[in-house]
Design a protein around this ligand. Structure first.
Ligand SMILES: Nc1ncnc2c1ncn2[C@@H]1O[C@H](COP(=O)(O)OP(=O)(O)OP(=O)(O)O)[C@@H](O)[C@H]1O
Ligand SMILES: [Mg+2]
Length: 481
């Protein structure tokens, strides 16, 4: 299958070739013709499998008839709106719009909070066909009447399930109410819970559901490992893993903004270069921290879930969950920052006894157990073996969190507007090996080679892994509905 067989125009084929893409990924192969045909789409495919081009390329083609070089703002009304949950993702998706649309005379702008509005107002005033935005700042423009949606033909919700959950839905609904009814709507994400799927379904017109793998499947190129550990030893274990495995680029997820800053400071005190990214930082600090991490200048970035969705950090070899997320879907997104575009990645989770209920929920969503390995000197204590008592409570808590209305600005994942004990771990290479001969046509078929543990000297494991990886992730590519 080639991009030209999908019916894309020469300007887009040229841009795709220049981006180095030789063939479409499964979600692209399935979504592009359907979007070109003007249909509404709910598209699900694993993290890092090219959903962005899956909606951006056909969207650009549908807008191409409006391309013009007129200096008149009236000739460049907003025709397409792409909403994302975070500023960093908005910037990244906008970059993709620029990359794929570089041979078309369509104008675009990215709108997000935390920066001066004036430059955005000026761009909107000059006329922009494509607006990539986070909802909060976009609504600020609505209030100031600096944006008009009267000519919108296409709406995209990237990370759609996140955009439609309790945190974002009020803002998204307000925006939707301002768009013309006659429009094409495209919803994409790596995860869709049943609840969100139904909600989304009701918003779309006769939608085509495209799912290239089992729903909510994690990327198959990621190996998962859990280190059971007591809460008190987590920090030391993290420092130990970074040093002993020579981790040169790892994204470390924590639960809170405060926790992120604190952990980054701890690592720096230990002589490990680290920075933090979260919603209490200025946008400039956030942008700089991400850029330094992406370029390899800062090896460890401690992040809240603000970095969990959509971010494409080239060849990121490691994701570490310092704490497990409250919802298993977030685990899939977090670990999906590694193992992208056919590369291998490793997801390591430090799990204490209190988090075992969350781990069980994650394993249930993954439909497989995750291998556990205790690191000598960092044993979790006897309570790790006991019954998982808090499970029901943890679940109930999660439901509460999902149903409790949250004040604007405190949404999870949406940023407010305003010298270790001697342990023994296997050493693993600090960069992922590209999965040679990776076949985009079948990236979802289990490929045993990708999961072989590196053949490096491995000291005896202090505890036998309690659970072996029973099966590889995911299933064969299939269209579910
Ligand atoms: N056809 C292709 N061939 C090669 N690389 C591709 C292709 N399509 C996309 N990519 C690359 O794959 C990477 C992941 O793409 P993208 O960010 O769109 O994934 P995604 O499916 O949106 O993931 P997530 O669920 O994490 O948002 C990007 O670096 C992109 O440039
Ligand atoms: Mg994406």
């Amino acid at each position: 299958m080639s991009f030209s067989e999908l019916g894309l125009m020469p300007e887009l084929l040229k841009a795709v070739a220049e981006a180095g893409y030789t063939e479409p990924t499964p979600i692209q192969a399935q979504a592009i013709p359907i979007v070109l045909a003007g249909k509404d789409v709910m598209g699900g495919a694993q993290t890092g499998t090219g959903k962005t081009a899956g909606f951006t390329l056909p969207m650009l083609q549908r807008l191409a008839r409006h391309a013009n070089a007129s200096p008149s703002p009236a000739r460049h009304p907003v025709r397409a709106l792409i909403l994302t949950p975070t500023r960093e993702l908005a910037m990244q998706v906008h970059q993709s719009v620029l990359t794929y649309g570089k041979h078309l005379q369509l104008r675009s702008v990215v709108i997000y909070g935390g920066v001066d509005m004036r430059a955005q107002i000026e761009e909107l005033r000059l006329g922009r066909e494509i607006v990539v935005a986070t909802p909060g700042r976009l609504l600020d423009h609505v209030e100031q009447r600096t944006v008009n949606f009267g000519a919108v033909e296409v709406l995209v919700l990237d990370e759609a399930d996140r955009m439609l959950d309790m945190g974002f839905i009020p803002d998204v609904k307000r925006i939707l109410a301002l768009l013309p009814r006659e429009r094409q709507s495209l919803l994409f994400s790596a995860t869709f819970s049943e609840e969100i799927r139904k909600l989304a379904d009701s918003m779309l017109r006769n939608p085509q559901l495209i799912e290239v793998a089992r729903r909510n499947a994690a990327a198959e190129t990621v190996t998962h490992l859990v280190h059971p550990v007591s809460q008190e030893l987590k920090r030391q274990l993290l420092a130990h893993l970074i040093r002993s495995q020579d981790l040169r680029q790892a994204l470390v997820f924590v639960a809170t903004k405060f926790g992120a800053s604190r952990l980054a400071h701890y690592l720096v005190r230990q002589g490990i270069e680290a920075d933090a990214i979260h919603g209490d930082k200025s946008q400039q600090q956030r942008t700089e921290a991400l850029a330094a991490f992406k370029s390899g200048k800062v090896p460890i970035l401690v992040a809240t879930d603000v970095a969990a969705r959509g971010l494409d950090i080239e060849d990121l070899p490691y994701v570490i969950n310092f704490e497990l997320p409250h919802t298993p879907e977030d685990y899939i997104h977090r670990i999906g920052r590694t193992g992208r575009a056919g590369k291998e990645g490793k997801a390591i989770s430090l799990v204490c006894a209190e988090e075992r209920a969350r781990l069980a929920d994650i394993e249930k969503l993954l439909k497989r157990p995750v291998e556990q390995e205790t690191v000598a000197g960092f044993e979790p204590g006897a309570e790790f073996q006991g019954p998982i008592e808090s499970r029901k409570r943890a679940r109930a808590g999660r439901r509460d969190a999902a149903t409790m209305p949250q004040p604007r600005g405190t949404k999870p994942g949406r940023e407010p507007r305003r010298g270790p004990p001697a342990g023994a771990v296997r050493s693993v290479p600090s960069r992922p090996a590209a999965v040679s001969g990776f076949d985009w046509r079948k990236p979802y078929e289990p490929s045993p080679e990708s999961f072989v543990e590196p053949a490096l000297p491995s000291p005896p494991r202090p505890h036998k892994p309690q659970r072996q990886i029973a099966a590889l992730l995911g299933g064969l590519a299939k269209k579910v509905e």
